[in-house]
Design a protein around this ligand. Sequence first.
Ligand SMILES: CC(C)(COP(=O)(O)OP(=O)(O)OC[C@H]1O[C@@H](n2cnc3c(N)ncnc32)[C@H](O)[C@@H]1OP(=O)(O)O)[C@@H](O)C(=O)NCCC(=O)NCCS
Length: 263
Amino acid sequence: MKGIAYALAKPRDANDIKRFLSQSQMSTVGISSSLKSFILAKSAKRIIGVVGVEVYGGFGFLRRLVVRPEFRGKGIGGELCSRAVAHAHIQNVNELFLLTTTAQGYFARRGFQKVDRKLVPAPIKSSDDFRTLCPVSAVCMKMNLGERAVYFPRETLALKPDVPGAQMWGVALEKTLLTYFELAPRCRFASHRHVSEQVTMVLEGELFFEVDKKTVGLKPGEVIAIPSNVPHSVFTREKRTKAIDAWSPVMPQFVRTKSGVHP
Ligand SMILES: CC(C)(COP(=O)(O)OP(=O)(O)OC[C@H]1O[C@@H](n2cnc3c(N)ncnc32)[C@H](O)[C@@H]1OP(=O)(O)O)[C@@H](O)C(=O)NCCC(=O)NCCS
């Protein structure tokens, strides 16, 4: 549907989310502390749908999917659902759980399968939402994220801080990792090496690599390939720079594990 904007919630959205959930007969308990986990659909700057995804290590808990009644049946719930899956995926969630009393068929059509409630991992079971919002009659459903193709709309690819002056996101499968970096001028990654092979392409600006006692400057569209364990440092000079990297094997901090503990 045209004219709908999807975005991660910001602190200024807190009161509007609470009002929207109250109007939708949904609990507002703990909203302020879990604001970052909400994805919003807005029309004319007004909230018309929300979904929340809490992350507990390798496990995610999808809750409070709701669309304003007059906007239902237009695909907005489906869009929120797939964005919730992408949001969980990029945070290395392996298994996404939900409980529902009203929409088992809806979630089944979107790839969730009914599972025994006993299988819900302890961190989700002990969460406030699980303990206070979910009646015993609710059906528990689960999606294994590593088994499905996932589409990442722009707002799910939120930048996270890395070394000073650098922000990045990474999308990983079991054997493949893609990262994207935005670098300020005079940003530096000190000399380091890693088991993973690295192939980097500059999209904008200019990126310098020191390898084998030589410095090479990559311009937009140029690529450098760094084999396993070759020491290198990376830096920018005057230009803001954007680059993408492919890595193999996946760097440990992006490895998806059921327990959420990275090796
Ligand atoms: C469930 C909900 C989020 C769906 O939002 P939506 O924007 O209407 O969803 P979509 O437009 O993506 O999908 C509409 C389809 O889902 C079906 N559907 C909607 N609610 C359903 C439900 N509770 N159970 C089964 N199917 C459902 C519709 O019949 C429609 O089917 P069609 O494509 O064959 O016509 C919305 O109905 C809602 O807010 N319900 C109240 C809150 C709720 O129950 N939330 C889920 C539990 S946490």
